[in-house]
Design a protein around this ligand. Structure first.
Ligand SMILES: C[S@@+](CC[C@H](N)C(=O)[O-])C[C@H]1O[C@@H](n2cnc3c(N)ncnc32)[C@H](O)[C@@H]1O
Length: 316
C-alpha cells in the first residue's frame, strides 16, 4: 500500500492563501485516546498541531501537552496554531521540542516529567512539507532534491542517490515503494547519474517516468509516487525511527497509558501491529480507517490506519 499523501491529495485546506494541514482520523484519535482533564499527552509528530489543538481542550488547565517534531520549520506552524484563542482559553501547559519521537524521554525530562499518560504518533509527511517545493519532497513542482525532514541531517535525497548502489536502490524502491518496476528505475537512475548529477525533483520524476513501460505511465497516481515515497523513507530512516519511537513511547508511558499510531504505509502498519500485540492490551483489534466521508474530503486519509493499545502493568 502506498502513502498517497506523497502528492495529489495532500489533505490541506487554505487559510489566507497558506496551506493548512487537515488532521486525519481526528474524531477517532480523540475517542481511542480516552482523554480527560489533567492528562500529560505527548504528541510525537506534532506537525502543524491539527491533532494537538483538538487534544488541548480535552486535557484542560491541569493537563500538559508535549509536542515533538524533527522538522524545526514545522514547529513554527505548530506554535502559531497553539497560540490560537481556543487553545489559550484551555490554559493547558504546552511545551514544543525539535526532537525525533525516539527521543521523547528527553522532552519529558526537560519539563521535569518522567512518565506520560498518552502518546500519539501520526507518521509520514505533512502537507506543509509537501507543498513547499524547496523542501524537495514534491514531484509536482520542481525543487532541489532534498527530502530531509530535519534540515540539520547531513544526507539529502540527492546525496543518497549519488552514493547508493544499484542493487540497494532497487531493493529500497521495491520494499518501501512497492514499485514493481524498481529494477528498471534503479538501472535508469544509475545510468543517468554516471553522466550528470541528479539534483532536482523534476529531473528525478522525469527519469522515473522514462524508465517505465508505456502502460505504467498512466495510472491513478503519478508514476513517480512510489519511487519518491521510497527514497523519502530511506533518507529519513523512517522505519528505523518508527521502531525506536514505539520503544520510546512504551518506556515513557505509565502502565495503563495509551499509545495511538496512524500509519500510511503497509510496512509501518505491520511494525505497529506487531509491537502493540507484544506489549499492549489492544484497544483496536483491527485498524480504524477513514469513513467514506473523510476519504472523499481528504484523499490523504485513504491510506491511513489507526491502531491503539494500553500499556500493560510492569511485571516485577
Ligand atoms: C502527518 S504529519 C503530522 C500532522 C499532525 N498530526 C497535525 O495534525 O498537524 C507528520 C509530522 O511528523 C514529523 N515527523 C516525521 N517523523 C518524525 C519523527 N521520527 N520524529 C518526530 N517528528 C517526525 C514530520 O516532520 C511531520 O511534521
Amino acid at each position: 500500500m502506498n502513502d498517497t499523501s506523497s502528492e495529489g491529495g495532500s489533505g490541506d485546506d487554505r487559510e489566507a492563501g497558506q496551506p493548512v494541514h487537515r488532521p486525519v482520523l481526528l474524531r477517532e484519535v480523540l475517542a481511542v485516546l480516552e482523554l480527560h482533564p489533567g492528562l500529560l499527552v505527548v504528541d510525537g509528530t506534532v506537525g502543524a498541531a491539527g491533532h494537538a489543538r483538538a487534544i488541548v481542550p480535552c486535557i484542560g488547565s491541569d493537563g500538559m501537552l508535549i509536542g515533538l517534531d524533527r522538522d524545526s520549520e514545522i514547529l513554527v506552524a505548530a506554535r502559531e496554531t497553539l497560540a490560537g484563542a481556543e487553545v489559550s482559553r484551555a490554559g493547558t501547559r504546552i511545551s514544543l521540542h525539535h526532537l525525533p519521537h525516539s527521543r521523547m524521554h528527553e522532552a519529558l525530562a526537560a519539563t521535569g516529567q518522567s512518565r506520560c499518560d498518552r502518546v500519539l504518533l501520526d507518521l509520514g509527511v505533512s502537507s506543509l512539507q509537501l507543498d513547499r517545493p524547496e523542501r524537495g519532497f514534491s514531484f509536482m513542482a520542481d525543487g532541489p532534491l532534498d527530502m530531509r525532514m530535519d534540515a540539520d541531517a547531513e544526507v539529502t535525497a540527492a546525496d543518497w542517490i549519488a552514493m547508493v548502489g544499484e542493487q540497494e536502490l532497487a531493493d529500497t524502491i521495491f520494499q518501501l515503494g512497492d514499485e514493481r518496476y524498481s529494477r528498471r528505475i534503479a538501472r535508469r537512475i544509475c545510468e543517468v547519474r554516471r553522466r550528470t548529477p541528479i539534483v532536482r525533483t523534476a529531473q528525478l520524476a522525469d527519469l522515473v517516468v522514462a524508465a517505465l513501460p508505456g502502460a505504467a505511465r498512466h495510472g491513478r497516481i503519478h508514476p513517480a509516487t512510489r519511487t519518491f515515497q521510497a527514497i523519502r523513507m530511506a533518507v529519513n530512516d523512517e522505519l528505523g525511527e518508527l521502531e525506536r519511537g514505539l520503544q520510546a513511547a512504551h518506556d515513557c508511558l505509565r502502565p495503563g497509558g495509551r499509545l495511538a499510531v496512524i500509519s500510511f504505509h503497509s510496512h509501518e502498519d505491520r511494525v505497529v501491529k506487531h509491537f502493540l500485540r507484544a506489549r499492549f492490551e489492544l484497544v483496536t483489534k483491527k485498524p480504524i480507517e477513514a469513513s467514506p466521508d473523510e476519504a472523499r474530503q481528504n484523499p490523504r486519509s485513504r491510506s491511513a490506519k489507526l491502531r491503539c493499545g494500553i500499556r500493560r502493568e510492569e511485571v516485577a
